[in-house]
Design a protein around this ligand. Structure first.
Ligand code: BEZ
Length: 255
């Protein structure tokens, strides 16, 4: 899952607020109804959990990051938040719906997550998910690997740091575990990065730091500068940096 404690919450919210801003659209698909019991799986600092709460539904937020959960509790003290892993959680009362935005690509134990979601839903309960799908940030990751190789390092970006399944891979996984899929969509969502000067570098430092483990600061800077320069023709559009996100959006029900 995402790093647990080292998140700079302020930086995350200031520069990477797009993570939850895009999720507002997904809430329309969730269509929360007053009185429903809903789980926000991987709630981060709770912004979308609070949007669901405003609908009158009873919502609980969970996240594996202690620092995210303490920030969420501080901001939204009417909502229950817990530190729990997506691949290992259990609540006494089953949910009417489970919602998850921009999180499941962090969890490599994808089948365990699906089993957990199934166990914690009511019969006919709804699953509304969006996360990175096949081809996600391919331009950025391919370029990182190319530059690493040119500089005498092994390729590290495309090894299994994240889980970016195709439609068929993920819907098969859901069907095998007792879900009926009503919607599965893989779509391009170029995502504007807020740092106008160093958008790609900042993105890699925030989300891809594990790729550069063991590389000293100066060398890392040199590699990051080269990556940013190399992707510029594809990722810098009309004065703004974009990450080449591919999103997998799912609506499914427990059979
Ligand atoms: C994403 O949101 O697509 C993402 C986040 C971190 C690393 C890779 C992808």
């Amino acid at each position: 899952m995402r790093p647990k404690n080292e998140w700079d919450i302020q930086l995350y919210n200031e520069k990477h607020g797009f993570v939850y801003k895009y999720g507002e659209d997904l809430i329309k698909l969730l269509h929360p109804i007053e009185g429903e019991l809903i789980l926000d799986l991987g709630c981060g600092t709770g912004e979308l959990t609070n949007e669901i709460y405003k609908s009158g539904a009873k919502v609980i937020g969970i996240d594996a990051s202690e620092s995210m959960i303490s920030a969420a509790k501080e901001k939204y003290n009417d909502i229950d938040f817990y530190v729990k892993e997506a691949a290992n959680f259990q609540f006494e009362e089953p949910f009417d719906a489970i919602f998850s935005n921009a999180v499941l690509h962090w969890v490599l134990e994808s089948e365990k997550v699906v089993v957990c979601m199934h166990r914690n839903l009511k019969k006919n309960g709804k699953l509304v998910l969006e996360f990175g799908g096949k081809g996600n940030v391919k331009i950025i990751l391919d370029t990182v690997d190319k530059i690493l190789l040119e500089n005498g390092y092994s390729q590290r970006a495309k090894i299994k740091n994240w889980y970016f399944p195709s439609i068929s891979e993920y819907t098969t996984l859901l069907e095998r575990n007792g879900f009926e899929v009503e919607l599965a969509q893989l779509y391009e969502r170029p995502t504007e990065l807020s740092d106008e000067k160093n958008g790609i570098k900042e993105w890699l430092l925030m989300f891809g730091s594990t790729i550069f483990e063991g590389i000293n600061f100066k060398e890392k800077e040199r590699i990051l500068n080269k990556v940013q320069e190399e992707v510029k023709d594809r990722c810098f559009i009309e004065g703004k940096w974009f990450a080449d996100y591919m999103r997998l959006r799912i609506l499914a029900r427990k059979k």
